[in-house]
Design a protein around this ligand. Structure first.
Ligand code: ADP
Ligand code: MG
Length: 763
């Protein structure tokens, strides 16, 4: 069932008295508001006339004055008790100073039926309702826990012939089970009478315990819990819901100083104050939605009530107060606690569980039924029996052979028998593809065993180039058409040969040691500064390695681009670099500014939250000035001022951010423009410098393909075979005497005439 958010229901019950202080306690006709007017006593007698009359207004779910036990139950408890039968946890708590009527409200008189309290009425309702809900099977267990001076006492342990003393019980949490008290006895009950017997037994033990230990029974917290489990008779047996109905009679909340107690009494009061103040802290944390930690473990009381205060629980608090003027301070403090509790929001949700064993049984039954159904259907349509069991070895072998025959062409089709068989056929196909792949790879490696090594050298060289320059430039250089791909592959191939331009050699040095040994390292810096002369200066040794390749080769586009950037395109490249630097600087400024603005935004949120919190607290006891100085503070003026300043700062920084953003966009535009220009100039230069007639290229490739030679290596997506093929093509091409000899700046002198990149006039 879906959880819905609701508030804790807080009611105030005023103990009947002949001396009700009309002046100090004002109950408004709306039945939900109580105003307290209190003249605070000044400690100094001479100031007594100056004492201030302050007023507080508390808005609660209901003010119960001269209300019978029956009406109180109907108005406050019935909803929670019925919710527990539906699977919602419920908590009913009585809070207030000693003698204000907590026990009377919770347990009531054990002598008078009419004056019985919440617990006996709730038990009656639970059993009556269970009888009505015939479609469910319920089971009910009871437990009765007392917390005295942080010691857990089982008030029903006497029923198990166990001593009444504490038995080392401990509050524990388990996933799926929530919070529970290990060691606390749980008693199954089947009727209202059985349940009441346990309640009275517990009450008796409470009194006996207090006598034996010489303490007042009002000095302990008592939690009477009804544990309910319900299973539907009609719906799934695997699903069941559980709930806990906690009926809590808290210890007297009066302040330590007022009791004037000593010795044991002092100790009791101290424990009570401590646990109640922890309860208050937990409630404050629960009310503050921004807090993700609630200090439940600080006391046994809060820990035991961890899943019964907020969370998915229906929670109701009855704040018991005196009507007499003498108790006004305690009354005020009780009402403050009550109004804080009002802020706690809960999300009641049904505690649904699955019984795994029952679920498995149910699923097995379902599967069996479905199989029967299917076989019945197959018989009707005359289909063979369906296999449910996994395929046998023999069946798998047969499928394997079918697939093999199908691939070879000796079997025309594989008929579909069952889903299992189709899956097995697919698996066999996958296996066949993988095997084929492995075979081809192995064959390739065997035939051209240096290919992979060269390819890795090439990859390393490209990587280095990539890291040295903007990746965007490289991206732009990457060709998109197939034709361009072929060209690029030729570049790659020339690079593999390692004898390209000085640039390629330098890069391959780091990529391949063997190549490093075979070439002489040129003075790269010098070369890049004198692009016009370098090609003639460098007289190189033979290219490394496997000789079928002709050392004469056009430099790859990437290498040529590198040269172009330091030579012909140096001017535009410099401008591009400068623009890039500005862009980077602007971007970092933008980042910095964004961070700054976010920090201001966080501060604004923080301050707003503080102000809101202040307002919420104020709302718990609305401030009314009757006379004299205010007692409750107004929302903090400095916070408001700070918020205003922060907002102004935010607006101002935001405007700067907008400007910087515009600048970044503009710079980006400039950089893009430069890049496009650099690339287009390079393309022109490259074409002019290393032009290879495209038609000729295509014809040669076609011709080679026609010859059928090594066609088998032209596998799709096999970049290594493609590179290899391109290398062969180039060798062929060179042998067939091309119309011109492409430039090879660092090739040996024997290559004779070399064509230099043409230098275009700088525009
Ligand atoms: P607490 O548990 O808060 O210390 P009790 O419930 O023991 O206080 O109440 C103290 C006395 O006041 C009891 O004798 C109780 O019967 C009586 N009392 C409290 N509230 C009411 C009420 N609403 N009507 C009648 N008697 C009450
Ligand atoms: Mg009591």
């Amino acid at each position: 069932m879906k959880a819905h958010s609701s508030r804790v229901g807080v009611f105030v019950r005023i103990r009947p008295t002949a001396h009700f202080s009309q002046d100090l306690i004002e109950c408004l006709p709306d039945g939900q508001t109580v105003n307290i007017h209190h003249r605070k006593d000044s400690r100094k007698p001479q100031d007594s006339r100056k004492s201030q009359l302050s007023s507080w207004s508390f808005q609660l779910a209901g003010i119960l004055q001269d209300v019978s036990q029956e009406e109180l139950y109907a108005r406050v408890c019935r909803r929670v008790v019925l919710g527990a039968l539906d699977g919602y946890n419920g908590t009913l708590m009585c809070f207030g100073q000693t003698g204000a009527g907590k026990t009377y409200t919770m347990t009531g008189s054990t002598e008078s039926y009419k004056q019985r309290g919440i617990i006996p009425r709730a038990l009656q309702e639970v059993f009556q309702e269970m009888d009505k809900r015939t479609e469910h099977v319920f089971s009910v267990h009871l437990s009765y826990l007392e917390i005295y001076n942080e010691t857990l006492v089982d008030l029903l342990s006497s029923l198990q012939d166990l001593p009444l003393s504490p038995r080392g019980m401990v509050v524990v949490e388990e996933p799926g089970r929530g919070v529970f008290i290990r060691g606390l006895s749980l008693h199954p009950v089947h009727s209202e009478e059985e349940a009441l017997n346990l309640l009275f037994e517990g009450e008796m033990n409470r009194i006996i315990g207090s006598h034996a230990l010489n303490r007042n029974s009002s000095r302990s917290h008592c939690i009477f819990t009804v544990h309910i489990e319900s299973r539907s008779r009609t719906l799934s047996v695997a699903k069941y819901v559980t709930s806990k109905l906690n009926l809590v009679d808290l210890a007297g909340s009066e302040r330590l100083g007022k009791t004037g107690s000593e010795g044991q009494m002092f100790k009791e009061a101290m424990y009570i104050n401590k646990s109640l103040s922890f309860l208050e802290q937990a409630i404050l944390a629960l009310a503050d939605r921004r807090r993700d930690h609630v200090p439940f473990r600080q006391s046994k009381l809060t820990h035991a009530l961890k899943d019964s205060l907020g969370g998915n629980c229906n929670t109701v608090l009855v704040a018991n107060i005196y009507g007499e003027a003498a108790q006004i301070e305690e009354t005020l403090s009780t009402l403050r606690f009550a109004s804080r509790m009002m802020c706690v929001r809960t999300n009641p949700a049904v505690n649904e569980h699955m019984d795994p064993a029952a679920q498995i049984k149910k699923l097995q039954k379902d599967v069996h039924m479905l199989k029967e159904e299917l076989s019945f259907y197959n018989t009707l349509v005359n289909r063979p029996r369906i296999m449910y069991e996994p395929l046998s070895e023999a069946q798998l072998a047969e499928i394997h052979s079918q697939v093999q025959r199908y691939l070879k062409g000796s079997l025309e089709e594989i008929s579909i028998i069952s889903i299992r068989q189709v899956q097995a056929v697919f698996a066999q196909f996958k296996l066949a593809v993988q095997e084929q792949e492995q075979k081809v790879k192995a064959q390739l490696c065997q035939t051209f065993n240096l290919m992979e090594k060269d390819q890795s050298a090439y990859t390393a060289a490209i990587k280095e180039w990539d890291t040295r320059d903007s990746t965007e430039d490289v991206e732009a250089l990457r060709p998109s058409s197939t034709k361009a791909n072929t060209k690029m592959s030729r570049d790659k191939q020339s690079k593999r040969q390692g004898e390209g331009s000085p640039v390629s050699r330098k890069r391959l040095e780091s990529a391949s040691k063997s190549k490093l040994n075979s070439v002489q390292t040129p003075e790269r810096e010098q070369e890049s500064q004198e692009p016009d002369t370098e090609s003639q200066d460098t007289q190189e040794s033979q290219p490394p390695g496997n000789e079928p390749f002709n050392p004469d080769s056009t430099p790859s586009k990437a290498e040529a681009f590198e040269d172009f950037k330091v030579g012909r395109g140096s001017k535009i490249n410099r401008i591009l670099k400068e623009n890039k630097a500005v862009l980077l600087e602007r971007r970092s400024l933008l980042r910095q500014l964004t961070e700054e603005i976010n920090a201001v935004k966080r501060e604004i949120d923080c301050t707003t939250a503080t102000i809101q919190q202040h307002e919420t607290r104020g709302g718990q006891g609305q401030y009314l000035v009757m006379e004299g100085e205010p007692v409750l503070q107004e929302p903090d003026g400095t916070s408001l001022m700070q918020l205003r300043e922060l907002k102004a700062l935010y607006r101002q920084r935001y405007e700067v951010l907008r400007d910087i953003k515009a600048e970044v966009n503009y710079c980006q535009h400039l950089v893009d423009q430069c890049r496009v220009r650099l690339l287009s100039e390079f393309e022109n230069w490259y074409k002019m410098s290393f032009l290879v007639p495209e038609e000729e290229l295509d014809i040669t490739i076609d011709r080679t393909l026609e010859q059928g030679e090594d066609n088998q290596w032209l596998l799709p997506d096999s970049s290594s075979s493609e590179s290899f093929y391109n290398a062969r093509y180039r060798t062929l091409k060179r042998r067939t005497a091309l119309s011109f000899t492409p430039v090879q700046r660092n090739s040996s002198a024997r290559s004779g005439q070399r064509r230099l990149p043409s230098i275009l006039p700088v525009s």
